[in-house]
Design a protein around this ligand. Structure first.
Ligand SMILES: Nc1ncnc2c1ncn2[C@@H]1O[C@H](COP(=O)(O)OP(=O)(O)O)[C@@H](O)[C@H]1O
Ligand SMILES: [Mg+2]
Length: 293
């Protein structure tokens, strides 16, 4: 099979891990940079050019689309779909899950636990928003943030006002959320492939931080999820239409709460922590899907 990894970083751990797994499974694999495709739209003749040339044979693509080029990357994946080339994650699912608000709206409507969240048209009235969430401590979060960079904990009324005013003044889109204190700076990351949790880890924030992202210096351990956590992760990926997903959850007094669902989860932290060959599971998912097409 001819497999293409859509990635801007051929040397990145996740890209390399997928590359080696595809080779181990006997496939021809190449890395193509999604920002170097041209999308050509003509009546009944969808087309993609790569570096100005016609596409080589491709049976399946594995999108590894970073959030900084999400719009263009998603458009390229959509064009592969028009060409009837199999993609491990669909363009519409990538788009939906990149927006934290849309993601939470979809999940909450189907009975999954999420932290209470407020989003208003006019986010400039900070007192109103702070009261709507029930007061501090509270989380203020950019809708399209990633790696914990756009997530702020406001412990006092004044701090919340300042952050909301600053985000509103710079026209950032953000939401406010109840702070789940009992999670104690930890969260769970479950890797779901084709409706199954293939690996899970617990991440803990470094001392003094509440954000458990490994990019922020958090540490991780391999864990076995409870059945409620496992069901929540699988349901969240399913509701967003993601066949490959990294589901982030907080352990709360009222059960697992989903924070977000990542369509291009990093593999380095979770493969090293759990010793599970997740890239291999993704390749096996492609093999199953293409043999039944
Ligand atoms: N409502 C919350 N209560 C407690 N901790 C939170 C909350 N929201 C986020 N966090 C912490 O911040 C981290 C980053 O938040 P997240 O929503 O996943 O944004 P990002 O996309 O930047 O990773 C989470 O992994 C968690 O440790
Ligand atoms: Mg996260």
């Amino acid at each position: 099979m001819y497999i293409t990894i859509l990635s801007r970083g051929p040397q990145l751990y996740s890209t390399q891990s997928l590359f080696r797994a595809a080779q181990r499974h006997g496939h021809r694999v190449r890395v193509m940079n999604h920002t170097q495709f041209d999308i050509v739209i003509e009546n009944g003749m969808p087309k993609l050019l790569y570096l100005g040339d016609e596409l080589p044979q491709i049976d399946a693509v594995i999108p590894r689309i970073g959030s900084s080029v999400s719009y263009y990357g998603t458009s390229v994946v959509r064009q592969f779909e028009q060409l009837k080339i199999f993609s491990t994650v669909s363009s519409s699912a990538i788009r939906r899950s990149r927006d934290k608000l849309e993601c939470l709206q979809l999940l909450s409507n189907c009975g999954l636990g999420i932290p209470k969240t407020v989003f208003s048209y006019d986010m400039t009235d900070s007192n109103y928003i702070i009261d709507a969430i029930g007061g501090p401590p509270m989380i203020i979060k950019l809708l399209s943030g990633t790696h914990g960079a756009g997530v702020v904990l406001a412990e006092s009324y004044n701090a919340a006002q300042s952050v909301i005013d600053a985000f509103a003044a710079t026209r950032q889109r953000f939401l406010v959320q109840e702070f789940i204190a009992e999670a104690k700076g930890s969260d769970l990351r479950a890797l779901v492939v084709d409706g199954e949790v293939v690996a899970a880890m617990k991440r803990k924030a470094r001392p003094g931080d509440f954000r458990s992202n490994l990019h922020r210096g958090g540490s991780s351990i391999h864990v076995k999820l409870t059945s409620a956590e496992e069901e929540t992760a699988i349901k969240a990926a399913e509701l967003l239409g993601l066949k490959v997903a990294g589901v982030d959850m907080l352990e709360s007094d009222r059960g697992p709460l989903v924070l977000e669902v990542n369509p291009s989860p990093g593999l380095e932290g979770i493969e090293k922590t759990t010793q599970v060959d997740i890239a291999g599971k993704i390749i096996e998912y492609i093999e199953r899907s293409i043999s039944t097409c």
